[in-house]
Design a protein around this ligand. Sequence first.
Ligand code: FMN
Length: 221
Amino acid sequence: METLNPQTSQRESVRFLVFSASLRKDSFNTKLAKLAASIVENHGGLVDYANMSEFECPSFNQDLESDGQQPPGAVNLKNRILSNNALIISSPEYNGGMPGYLKNAIDWVSRVRPQPFNEKNALLLSASPSMAGGNRALWMLRMPFEHLGTRVYPDMFSLAMAHKALTPEGEIMDATLAKRFEDNLINFMNLVEAAVHYPCIKKAWVEFLGEKPDPVTERVE
Ligand SMILES: Cc1cc2nc3c(=O)[nH]c(=O)nc-3n(C[C@H](O)[C@H](O)[C@H](O)COP(=O)(O)O)c2cc1C
């Protein structure tokens, strides 16, 4: 029997919001986000590329939240999340964590109902001149996302020594690392495609003490 190669077979349409969480002009994270976007497109995904500057928000203050009003940056981010199936974010690491303005934008958007991050798949990337590649920022970023119900992909990618690791054209110089990056993206794309187009019968499993077995749902399973 012929086996389908998920890397080359035709995909169902899946839309990815891709952005770099750096505001810096020559940002390594922007280069990595653009590389990710081109790989996603090469493998049949649809890319909605955004700049962090489109999502800038004033410092969150509950007193500013009259009648559920949101600043334009938060409205933009909310709309872009809702019009895509999944997120790919490349974030700098500042002092062992994510940039404050990124957490601030997440806080603003988290106030929208229904809450837009819930049940979205996300892939986290980082780039830094350091040896750890900004990886700690991604562990920190996981916390608010998982708190908000985002399905954060287990494999994260952090580009160490980013000032030496990229070619002038923005490719990853080391062939083994470049292949790992591409595979990471393809695996994420496969998961999102499955989540969007081939959902299982029982979408949510809520388990708590005292839950009574229900013959109807047991039978569906
Ligand atoms: C305030 C500040 C704190 C930083 N802290 C870290 C850090 O904890 N870990 C790290 O790897 N790099 C750190 N850096 C260096 C950044 O990784 C580097 O500036 C990187 O180029 C930022 O990402 P970008 O190129 O996408 O803008 C820090 C930079 C700044 C400005």
